[in-house]
Design a protein around this ligand. Structure first.
Ligand SMILES: [Zn+2]
Length: 251
């Protein structure tokens, strides 16, 4: 019981009660956006230094153009956006806090046009906008006790923190672990993502087609993205509901 007061006190001190964009869901995050962005930039730099950057100029330009349109729609002046295409057949994409995005060439087989590519990129950007990784780390810290709270707040530069951070953002493949986001985070990223792609001028109706392609690809290798982003009828029908809602509000 004593711990609960300590946690509440720490929350008040560090000002870590927030709200997710679009959905307005209340959040508890033990990390400032600034700390989160610094960690994101560092992890991204390390990743890019070792990654095989695609030499395909046209596809790289395509990723950057779509990314910049989504970035504009996201309207986050404190983000420092970056978009890179990685030559890797895995079907994957992710966005680090602060707007550091990676798309793997494998996903180009699944996304049949720019609108579908915008679907997956907006979804990943939405995870970063809603601070899902930081939120997930904060939840883990709550469950592992208050003693570690201090070390989390103070020890942001520790190497174990850095690997936990990478895993929390779903790009932990290099550590051999891909930690899926929870269903509720996935659902929220879908909803925010649809709003973003719509605002960026893309055809929302292609979103359900993209997730249908993903669903159809089940069982085919390599499908890392599918293990963290299960595509099923539930997912597709709730995306359709978000699209219907936006279309209704237009009229
Ligand atoms: Zn996701």
């Amino acid at each position: 019981m004593k711990y609960i007061y300590t946690i509440l006190f720490a929350l008040l001190l560090s000002g870590c009660l927030g709200k997710a964009p679009v959905t307005d869901r209340n959040q508890v995050v033990f990390m400032s956006e600034g700390e989160e962005h610094a960690m994101g930039a560092k992890s991204y730099k390390e990743f890019i230094a070792k990654a095989k950057i695609s030499k395909d100029k046209a596809q790289t330009q395509r990723i950057k153009t779509i990314g910049n349109r989504i970035a504009k729609a996201a309207n986050k002046p404190n983000f420092q956006w970056e978009f890179n295409l990685i030559d890797d057949k895995q079907v994957n994409a992710w966005c680090m806090p602060g707007g550091k995005v990676v798309v793997y060439t494998g996903i180009l087989q699944m996304a049949k046009n720019d609108d579908q590519l915008a679907t997956v990129m907006a979804h990943e950007v939405a995870h970063a906008l809603a601070r899902h990784g930081a939120e997930r780390m904060s939840h883990q810290k709550i469950s592992s006790g208050v003693q570690q709270l201090g070390s989390l707040l103070l020890g942001a530069a520790a190497p174990e923190y850095s690997s936990a951070f990478s895993m929390a953002y779903g790009y932990g493949a290099k550590y051999g672990v891909m930690l899926p986001f929870s269903r509720s985070h996935e659902h929220e990223a879908d909803e925010i993502g649809i709003h973003l792609m719509y605002k960026a001028g893309y055809d929302m109706n292609e979103a359900t087609k993209f997730w249908q392609n993903m669903k159809a690809a089940k069982g085919e290798a390599p499908t890392e993205f599918l293990s963290t982003h299960p595509s099923d009828d539930n997912r597709i029908s709730s995306i359709q509901k978000t699209i219907d809602k936006i279309q209704k509000s237009k009229k």
